[in-house]
Design a binder for this molecule. Sequence first.
Ligand code: ATP
Length: 450
Amino acid sequence: MSTHASKISMEKIVSLAKRRGFIFPGSEIYGGLSGTWDYGPLGVELKNNIKREFWRTLVYQRDDTVGLDAAVLMNPRVWEASGHTEAFADPLIECKVCHERIRADNQEDKESHEKTHRTRKETPAWTEPRQFNLLMAAELGSVEGKKSSVYLRGEITQGVHVNFKNVLDAAWMKIPFGIVQIGKAFRNEITPGNFTFRSREFEQMELQYYVRPHEAESMRWFLYWKEERMAWYKRLGIRGANLRFREHAPDERAHYARAAWDIEYNSPFGGWKECEGIHHRGEWDLSRHKEFSGVDLSYFDEEAKERFIPWVIETSGGVDRALLFFLIDAYREEPDKDGVRTLLKIHPQLAPYKVAVFPLLANKPDLVDRARKIYTILKSSLVAAWDDIGNIGKRYRRQDEIGTPFCITVDFETLEDGTVTVRDRDTMRQERVNEKELIEHLSDKIKTGS
Ligand code: ATP
């Protein structure tokens, strides 16, 4: 059986995600709300782990970056300065028969829509493409007639740039330095779909890295971040064959962008899809906010004794997209002695549960008590699950399917010598480990991912 991402059916992923509590359709009992998703008990763990790994790599392991958490609602002038009110748009065409709108560049949707009309013996026809703004409007204030319109942020980027000076003054950063942020963004996507891939409410994880306005130096940083971000996905387990870089074509690139590349994933829904963008934004952001706010956002370089508007290298990824691709890439069906086992071969640092604890027999109080004790101790350091239902084989299968890297069985030998069986999700190998050494033993394996 092939494990290549493009061969995995999305139905299996969606069904596993729902059945085991990773991802549910938003507002499901009311018939749903298109483009929204709710993360279940395991989904929220996986999502938090992805965000934590991002934060750890980009903030805690570096000296040249700091974090930020800006508001979703911003002064509407922000979006004028950033160009979003003017240009944050997708070209749309409208069906003249049923008035449904789709993206003009979505050939697949266009053809299937036309086919539907033809089967009803209608002649499909389209309007000319028109721009459709993706910003989602909201109303602020409680008094009718006195409400003011704002937008839910269409990207998290601007919250960082408007705080450039605040961070500079408060954290005494010296260029080059970066600001990292993770948070929700909202877009009136015309055709949400492919599970969580294109949603109307989603999370982004970004780095805005401020550099000197020098051609060669800024390009060096651009290339550096491009490689760093790719390495991050690979280190967390996505197979290299399913990842690639793609350079934006000149007509795709924002007019201010000096370079723009995407990290793409080879998805089961139509092949290579954007996972994260790495953009060289030049001086666009800070110079526009300087112009629109009237606040000087230049930087004074003490060493070189020069004042300048920094250039920005941005890495912008979607948390939900990363989660979806981590899930797809980890999904395996492997033959075992009882047929086929489904497993999520996900990096231990991302796995919702790090370990599951089983008493060999649920009706032997000695075993249950001892297992409970071990479980309680483990829970203080690691996210742990408890399972005492069915035979051990069935429990392994349940844990494999949700990606728990280690299962611990407490048996009669444990009562005698204090050792437990530790079973590895990927190799299915079992070893005896002393209960006192468990935390250290597991922590080492979780860190290295082996
Ligand atoms: P696309 O071309 O797929 O619409 P984009 O180029 O508009 O994406 P950016 O504006 O560069 O995307 O946003 C950065 C990242 O945010 C994307 O790489 C993606 O991971 C994520 N993202 C953007 N739009 C969505 C969405 N509607 N749903 C989920 N994630 C999204």
